[in-house]
Ligand binder design. Structure first.
Ligand SMILES: Nc1ncnc2c1ncn2[C@@H]1O[C@H](COP(=O)(O)OP(=O)(O)OP(=O)(O)O)[C@@H](O)[C@H]1O
Length: 231
């Protein structure tokens, strides 16, 4: 049976650097993410938000403590296990990171490259579908240079969603967007979460997003200082 919690992190500590410049970035971080929930992670610059996201996202190794993601322990996991888990995650970053020389569809297909064994025709179909979900059916053949900031970020959302991730990790996805585009992107993620049971953990300084969160966590100096459940 699948657990209600898609993620459980316990006693997570993390350090950067070695010797004299060794610095602790996370202190005894505990957090759980309920399947299908929408959690916002806040905190001042340098408080450790990206470090938490990259640890949960299997983008760096867990040094101390436990992270149980999709019923697998990340502490001590092999690179092959981490790669396999990463396939079940979606990522969106502040800068959309689209390839400028690829069309919207080709960029979205990049989100499927980690899924082996997907035929070109299926990839094309999935990308077209994902672009439709983000309201860009009429822009599938456009290069990023011909899209607005909000449209580019929606392509990045489609790329993150195309592989049907169990957990979506988003680092400041609305920072570069105007109010309307930011609200569209967040509503889209919430809708996807509800429709697919996708769990979202989103780092933001953006107060506009807080109303939409099921839970708000605040990090300060590497420690979770508040945890607020809503609704
Ligand atoms: N690769 C690294 N090498 C050394 N120190 C790092 C590295 N990455 C992060 N740090 C340090 O760890 C602490 C937490 O950084 P992190 O990027 O997680 O914070 P953040 O809350 O995401 O900040 P921001 O909002 O500015 O992105 C900071 O003191 C930072 O300087």
């Amino acid at each position: 049976m699948e657990h209600e919690n898609i993620l459980e992190a316990k006693g997570l500590n993390h350090w950067f650097g070695t010797g004299d410049v060794k610095k602790q970035a996370l202190f005894d971080v505990n957090l759980t993410l309920k399947r299908g929930s929408f959690t916002v992670l806040m905190g001042p610059s340098g408080s450790g938000k990206t470090t938490v996201l990259t640890l949960i996202g299997c983008l760096r190794s867990v040094q101390d403590g436990s992270v149980c993601l999709l019923d697998r322990e990340l502490n001590g996991a092999s690179e092959a296990e981490l790669v396999a888990l990463r396939r079940r995650l979606g990522f969106i970053f502040q800068a959309h990171n689209l390839h400028e020389s690829l069309t919207a569809t080709q960029n979205v297909i990049m989100g499927l490259q980690v899924h082996r064994g997907v035929s070109d025709a299926d990839a094309q179909r999935a990308a077209t579908h994902a672009l439709g979900l983000v309201g860009l059916s009429d822009r599938v053949g456009y290069l990023p240079g011909n899209l607005s900031g909000g449209q580019k970020q929606r392509v990045a959302v489609a790329r993150a969603l195309v592989g049907n991730p169990a957990l979506l990790l988003a680092d400041e996805p609305t920072a570069a967007l105007d109010k309307e585009s930011a609200a569209e992107v967040v509503d889209l993620l919430k809708r996807m979460g509800a429709a697919r049971g996708m769990t979202t953990l989103l780092v933001t300084h953006d107060n506009r997003i807080l109303d939409r969160a099921d839970r708000i966590l605040t990090l300060e100096d590497g420690r979770i200082v508040t945890m607020e459940d809503r609704g």
